[in-house]
Design a protein around this ligand. Structure first.
Ligand code: DGJ
Length: 674
């Protein structure tokens, strides 16, 4: 309990009992320090005081960093420390989706260098203690499972020191009231718009709860010469009194409208139905196999054929060739232009896989420039998945990759690029930076990735970029600024995907989740699931295929073509609708039901999978009790009141992990007709 003021000799001298907007270390706020500047005299204390506030027109942007865009005004608050530090706090307001963004720019206003050892993007103090902390955690092939627990005294945090967010945690967390659930109760969400090392930290202390998020302080030191500035990545916050369902809709709208960019933002352009070669043939293909696969894909209704890993010089397994971005003449005698012409002749567009940040020790690039991989002089460089990581903090390294990528992209009309990243960073040291600045490498690396993706999009504005990192190891708001879709997980098993996509959906809308129908038994889990369940999960995402369609007969291909046509016909609803988890999956993944509903309520797509398909009825909380609904594909009509109270009757299904998809259309109400 904070001391009552009358028992306290001087309330002003207890800073750790007071809420702080930008807490600093060393001057009496004894909660876990996140912001740690070090001045030239060795002190690690900052005494920041309010100096000015102004409202600026438009939403701020951040040089070299991803950020939500659009929005209304910006509040800029200036704090100064007489020792020579000024902090500019920026607040962006998005009234249309109830989102507030924050960013901080730090300037050395002194006469000597100053070093930043930890910089949060934002800190929020809650004057209450009874809050639950929800984080999204997992591992490869099981990303972003929600974990919820009441906060206990002290610091609880999630983060990454692997250079990218990794599979284990997500740069997003929720604090909520103990009684909050899917549709009720207070919930606060905080997302970091960043794709590198990060920390999201909640501290239950004597005064309440402090939530802080930003770049992970491990191996982060950034020295500012007098007059220099450092920009911290953006953080985005939403609040809902309608549980995490309400919170989810704030973030979904904000991401669709204000983070994705033209031409893919919002519902501006339909996404292609994609056929990816990875699970169809892995590295074992030549041009004839690819053309056969693409031809079958065309029959299944795919628009875009993506050649995944294995198309470049000498690549026949994971042990070589990353960094040599030239088509393998043995597999593709006509090169990429030759393949593209043939794919286009089938009536499909071509897309390619690349892993620009990686280099194989067995590659021409590595032989020519052994010092371009991140490595610590005098120590063995760790190869993970037989590959090193290029030092993307270096402009000359990025320039080489840029030249190679643009040579490929200029050689043929390539409409899509899958940018993969299959390992964590290790041996983090840059040969191009002096000893004292090695603490900048992790962050400069991320800035380098952003710079190259920005450059690509500026040169190829119509390119559909899909980020990926061994599945979903870099699924964050930072990457979404560049790519409107991210490969959600290497696990394409419908039953596992249900939980992965559920967890991902606390922050991200379905339209950004890479999701494909794959083969059964599933390549990772060996599990059988129904086609309807696999289709339901793919429709709750970007929709595509990832299986060897050449093994299917004409009848099966035309069944798939019906699903492709269904996705195309309902694209606006699926991409732009509000997501409701009507019966969320549990960790046993027995089953779930969910719906995507147009914001005006005129249409809904209802999905169910697994054990919920046992003949029960599923109440639809969004149903208008004044209206009737039809299921045009089944010739059924339902009264809105019945759907809302008694519920939609679900079929009782037999077999392995059944699935159900139903399109509902609201009929005009009597009032609307009048
Ligand atoms: C990991 C990705 O997640 C897969 O989809 C595939 O692209 C492989 N890498 C290729 O190496």
């Amino acid at each position: 309990m904070p001391l009552p003021a009358d028992l306290h000799p001087d309330p002003g001298c207890w800073p750790d009992q007071l809420p702080q907007e930008w807490p600093a270390s060393g001057l009496g706020d004894n909660r876990a320090p996140f912001f740690v500047p070090q001045f030239a005299d060795g002190t690690e204390a900052a005494d920041l005081r309010f100096a000015a506030a102004e409202v600026l027109p438009g939403k701020y942007s951040l040089l070299g960093l991803p950020a939500f865009w659009g929005g209304g005004e910006t509040l800029k608050v200036t704090l100064t420390d007489p020792a020579g530090l000024t902090v500019y706090l920026y607040y962006g307001v998005f009234e249309d989706c109830d989102l507030i963004t924050r960013a901080a720019v730090l300037e050395n206003t002194g006469t000597k260098p100053l070093t930043l050892h930890g910089v949060p993007s934002a800190v929020v103090d809650f004057a209450r203690k009874d809050l639950d902390f929800i984080t999204f955690d997992g591992e490869w092939a099981a990303e972003r499972t929600p974990h919820r627990a009441p906060l206990r005294p002290g610091v609880q945090s999630v983060g990454s020191v692997g250079g990218i967010p990794l599979h284990y945690h997500t740069p997003f967390a929720i604090l909520c009231a103990p009684d909050a659930g899917e549709a009720t109760g207070e919930a606060w969400g905080a997302a970091l718009v960043y794709s590198g090392n990060y920390r999201v930290q909640a501290e239950l202390n004597a005064a309440g709860v402090r939530l802080a998020l930003g770049i992970e302080p491990y191996h982060f030191h950034w020295t500012l010469a007098p007059g220099e500035r450092f920009t911290a990545p953006e953080a985005a916050f939403a609040y809902s009194a309608g549980g995490y369902g309400g919170l989810r809709r704030c973030f979904h709208n904000a991401i669709r409208r204000h983070l994705l960019r033209a031409p893919w933002r919002d519902m501006a352009r339909p996404r292609p139905v994609l056929l990816n070669s990875w699970e169809a043939c892995y590295f074992a293909f030549d041009e004839a196999k690819l053309l056969e696969l693409a031809a079958a894909g065309k029959k299944a209704g795919a628009d875009l054929f993506v050649v995944d890993d294995g198309w470049f010089k000498g690549r026949s397994d994971t042990t070589s060739s990353l960094g040599d971005w030239v088509a393998d003449p043995a597999k593709l005698p006509g090169g990429i232009p030759g393949l593209c012409k043939k794919i286009n002749a089938l009536g499909m567009a071509l897309g390619l896989w690349v892993e620009p940040e990686a280099v194989s020790p067995d590659s021409d690039l590595c032989r020519a420039h052994p010092d371009w991989a991140l490595h610590i002089p005098g120590r063995e460089t760790l190869a993970i998945r037989h590959q090193y990581t290029l030092d993307f903090s270096r402009a000359d390294v990025r320039e080489n990759i840029w030249q190679q990528l643009t040579a490929v992209l200029d050689s043929a009309p390539i409409r899509y690029l899958k940018w993969d990243m299959n390992r964590s960073l290790a041996n983090v040291y840059s040969a191009a930076l002096p000893t004292a600045r090695q603490g900048e490498v992790y962050h400069r690396y991320v800035l380098g990735v952003y710079e190259l993706q920005e450059r690509l999009l500026a040169r190829y504005p119509d390119l559909l970029l899909e980020n990926c990192a061994s599945g979903g190891a870099r699924f964050d708001c930072g990457m979404l600024f560049y790519s409107p879709q991210i490969w959600t997980s290497d696990n394409t098993d419908a039953r596992d995907r249900m939980l992965i996509q559920y967890g991902t959906s606390f922050l991200c809308p379905p339209c950004v989740m890479g999701a494909h129908i794959s083969a059964v038994p599933n390549h990772i889990t060996r599990r059988e699931t129904s086609l309807a369940a696999r289709a339901a999960l793919a429709l709750t995402g970007t929709f595509g295929y990832e299986l060897d369609l050449t093994a299917f007969d004409e009848k099966t291909l035309s069944e798939l073509a019906v699903w492709s046509a269904f996705y195309r016909a309902h694209g606006e609803l699926l991409r732009g609708g509000d997501l409701y988890w009507l019966c969320p999956p549990d960790t046993e993944k027995r089953g779930a039901a969910w719906a995507i509903v147009t914001p005006d309520g005129s249409e809904a797509m209802v999905f169910a999978a697994g054990e919920v398909l046992d003949g029960r009825s599923l109440p639809l909380p969004f149903a208008d009790t004044q209206a009737d609904y039809t299921a045009p594909d089944h010739g059924q009509t339902f009264a809105g009141t019945a759907l809302r109270t008694a519920g939609l009757p679900l079929p009782a299904c037999e077999g392995d992990f059944p699935g159900f998809v139903l399109w509902l259309r609201k009929e005009e109400t009597a009032k609307e007709k009048a």
